[in-house]
Design a protein around this ligand. Sequence first.
Ligand code: GLU
Length: 498
Amino acid sequence: MCKDVRVRFAPSPTGYLHVGGARTALFNYLFARHNDGSFILRIEDTDRERSDVELVNAILDGLNWLGLEYDEGPVVGGNYGPYFQSERKGIYSKYIEILKEKGSLYPCFCTPEELAKRREECQKRGKPYRYDRRCRQLSKVEIERRMREGIPYALRILTPDDGETAFDDMIRGRVSFKNSELDDPIVVRSDGSPTYNFCVVVDDHLMEITHVIRGEDHLSNTPKQILVYNALGWEVPLFAHVPLILGPDRKRLSKRHGATSISAYRDDGYLPCAMFNFLSLLGWSAGEDREIMSKDEIIERFSIEGISRSPAIFDVDKLKWMNGHYIREMDENEFVVLAERQLINNGVDLDSWKEREGEQWVKRVILIEKEKMKRMTDIFYLTEFFFNDELEYEARGVKKHLSKPESKLMLQKVLDGLEGLDERAFYPADEGGALDILEDVVRGVAESEGVSAGKVIHPVRVAISGRTSGPGLFEMMYLLGKKRCVERINVALDRFFT
Ligand code: GLU
């Protein structure tokens, strides 16, 4: 590529960073990094009423969390600023004047209400709506009269009646629109404010954007923008319109399908590296079966050619699976830091547990279900019974394993066995040896009573954890310690068998 690649993500801060926006940002980022180019963030906050500082911050946080560092934009600055459209008004005015001087614009006195009505009528008749260009027919005298009377007007670009406006989309190939079917794009609204289709062209040109990579929902804006480029005599950048993201029902991804904001996934315990990997595969593939790829690998393999023409399906189960993979791969210490934060947020007083049982014990408990976790938020449920002696018993488990007289006998026998053990069977004794001792006690009861091991293991598990599933029983007993195991079995005996 001869020109330095410059791409941008241009969100309107009218909502939080959602999955679709994040995917657009990511593809721009990947394209920039792959080509040693620049990734620019521009905030399109012309819609002041709906824009909000808090939402701008949420977008910055979302990008930061995903690791999409931008080279130019808010906070970091750059040579092509300002990077907020609201700060570029003077620039837009300058180019509006230039267009006026060139004779590229004409006033349109149709009110938004009239236009809405005509649109509605068209829709009723099942016809596609486009502006009927009626104000183009107004005589000079009539225009001057209306202006004198102070009738508000918008400014539209004079579009050729014939021919077509076409471009070669990097994903979709040749895309063309008949000029006769295009709206004459509005450059300035009747309240004097410049429109998106105009500002985006001025900004992309002045910021020297080489490739516009954005959602397919913008496809119909592109010919209008090309008309603005042509009117200003500017070179048109290359476009790549990325297919939409759909839910599993093949309808456009929306709240109905679950969370759509990136921050919701962060708060739900997804890791940024998993989200990065998952989003990169929403519409793009490296052309091989591999799905798990590091950030560097994705950057290395990324290309526009690898973007599919068909919509991407957002499959949250796949995201969960991927997240589980990254949790398993995560360095233990890093995992412990995140897991501790989750537990503390859930009200676990980790400091007092560290004091009581030692830091190593806390770490050991936290790591116990790492392999099984799908989300960081799972840690609380999975380890809660270590940090809370008031167990909540699963009704199903109680019914199945703590209701029969024979279970009572098994619990009593295990209790006897445990009481006879000294501390060598429990944390922090040598784990291998300790687990063997505990296993001997439990299996010994099964043997001496002539029952299968399950008849002992299940009641003990429910008695000491309240659950029918969880970590290995002996490991759990080892970590809970003698006193707590004995206490919990006694509580279960009292509670369920008298
Ligand atoms: N501000 C527009 C949006 O948030 C994006 C503009 C563009 O990418 O051209 O949809």
